[in-house]
Design a protein around this ligand. Structure first.
Ligand code: 87F
Length: 510
């Protein structure tokens, strides 16, 4: 039937007119995840009301549907770092030029991304002032001034803030934006041992944010010398993977800075023997990028899929009145259901708008990713039950109203678990172990996340980058996982044939 979708509404996305998936509601996405991932992602974050575009390229409006997710992660993280005796603080957004210069050696690579304020009204400032791209240079002069003796240590500060990095590569909501939100933690210790312990404690919190809250599997590991924060001693990270594009994505970083900044900023203390010593420092951050990773991993052709733990609405209750049915009874049952759920600590809401059909509402809340939908129609009313429909898979079950809370709790728990399990299966299916260069090139062309024995030499990583350079980007190291498979003696590096020192993940990345 030629006319079957001829009357579907079209929408212009990136200049191309696409058929909209659902004609009856007009709510379908014009782009498919498996066909044009980039357009699918940009369309989804806007249509699900997470993001709106702004006049300045690379800057986005973060809407309540996204901020509520950020808030859940913020509350979790704040509670955990408070247990670790980290204190909240806030330092200014502006950095004097001479503060930034102190760090000039490793800021060199970053310099093109630093934004500057040069004027107030019509008059030039005496000296340009930088907008923080990160706050080492803002905070450490204070550390230098305040840390005197061993009793001032450890000092552990965290701030929630925005930072600005004027990127020139393709911006992407949440993933690469010129202004973003993050937490940055900065701590100073008397000993390296204490710093080492904290690096891993924080990294574990980052793993939990991804795996327990966002239901995204990550790999914990250490960055190569080339990929670490140049100002630090070593960098650890959690690495996620986006199967549709075959790209790794750095999820969060926890750095041991060693004593590099202590030297630059003269952060010293008198130790217990009365001798002058330099502090050991860490810094650590995760940003709103976390939300983008979650969208990419779980979203589908119907829209967003939210893990229950971060969803601001976990259950949407929709009345399904029929012409001659007891509409008031149905609406009352919906309100009662919401009340019961909310009293049990479940984030539930009813959509009782009378200017939209139930079908439209189903599509709308699917687009927004609400984990569980409850429908109440005349039959449900008569049977003292509700119908529950999962967002993550095709499953409808009837729940007796007197067992509502228990069963909804179980379902939300099961959705959270299932999202993680499915994501992990997909991620694991993309991991390819290789031993030779040819296998590596083949796996890369199949968009895999590659685990290879490596000699751990910087020159070899540079060579791999150069040899894989192409239109869709070069391969680089993602991390050397802490969880190392056995490396039998005599194993050779896949790229240099020198003795391999460790297993390392490689791939294209964001
Ligand atoms: C961009 C411009 C200027 C990253 C930049 O990861 C400076 C920088 O120092 C820069 N982009 N970085 C590295 C940030 C390191 C570190 N800072 C504290 C973190 C965690 C939080």
């Amino acid at each position: 039937m030629a006319g079957a979708d001829a009357d579907r509404p079209t929408r212009e996305i990136s200049g191309v007119k696409k058929k909209v998936v659902k004609k009856e509601t007009g709510l379908g996405l014009a782009n498919r995840k498996a066909e044009n991932f980039g357009e699918w992602y940009s369309e989804l974050v806007v249509r699900a009301d997470m993001i709106d575009y702004y006049e300045i390229s690379g800057c986005y409006i973060l809407l309540p549907w996204a901020m509520s997710i950020w808030k859940v992660m913020q509350d979790f993280f704040d509670a955990e770092i408070t247990k670790m005796k980290v204190e909240a603080c806030y330092f200014p957004i502006f950095v004097p030029d001479y503060f930034l210069q102190k760090e000039k050696d490793h800021i060199e690579g970053f310099a093109p991304e630093v934004a500057w304020v040069t004027k107030a009204g019509g008059t030039d400032l005496e000296a340009p002032i930088a907008i923080r791209p990160t706050s080492e240079t803002v905070m450490y002069p204070y550390y230098s001034k305040k840390i005197r003796g061993h009793r001032d240590l450890p000092k552990k500060f965290n701030q929630w803030s925005n930072v600005v990095r004027w990127e020139f590569s393709n911006p992407m909501p949440f993933i690469r934006s010129r202004e973003f939100l993050w937490q940055e933690g900065h701590s100073a210790f008397a000993t390296k041992e204490e710093a080492d312990v904290e690096v891993l404690e924080i990294l574990e919190l980052y793993r939990r944010i991804y795996e327990e809250y966002l239901a995204v599997p990550v790999i914990k590991g250490k960055k190569s010398e080339l990929e670490k924060f140049a100002g630090g001693l070593y960098t650890t990270s959690v690495e996620a993977f986006v199967p549709n594009t075959g790209r790794g994505i750095q999820g969060a970083t926890s750095h041991c800075l060693g004593q590099n900044f202590a030297k630059m900023f003269e952060i010293t203390f008198e130790d217990e023997k009365g001798e002058k010593a330099m502090v050991w420092q860490n810094s650590w951050a995760y940003s709103t990028r976390t939300i983008g990773v979650m969208v990419m991993v779980h979203g589908d052709d119907k829209g967003l899929v939210l893990p229950p733990k971060v969803a601001s609405i976990q259950v949407i209750v929709i009345p399904v009145p029929y012409k001659d049915a007891d509409s008031q009874g149905i609406f009352d049952a919906c309100y009662a259901t919401v009340n019961t759920l909310c009293e049990a600590g479940i984030r539930a809401k009813s959509d009782s708008r009378n200017n939209y059909s139930p079908g439209w509402k189903y599509s709308h809340w699917e687009l927004k990713g609400v984990p569980l939908r409850i429908e109440i129609g005349p039959l449900d009313l008569a049977n003292k039950q509700v119908r529950a429909v999962r967002r993550d898979k095709v499953e409808k079950i009837d729940i007796p109203r007197d067992d509502l809370v228990n069963q909804v709790k179980d379902m939300l728990h099961s959705i959270q678990q299932n999202l993680f399990n499915v994501a992990k299966q997909k991620r694991d299916a993309c991991i390819q172990v290789v031993h030779t260069w040819d296998e590596f090139v083949e796996a890369l062309s199949q968009r895999k996340m590659i685990l290879a024995p490596w000699c751990d030499e910087e020159a070899v990583e540079l060579e791999v980058k150069a040899r894989t350079k192409g239109e869709i980007g070069a391969a680089k190291t993602l991390c050397s996982p802490f969880d190392q498979p056995e490396l039998p003696g005599g194993t050779k590096c896949f790229a240099s044939s020198k003795p391999a020192k460790k297993w390392t993940y490689w791939g294209r990345s964001y």
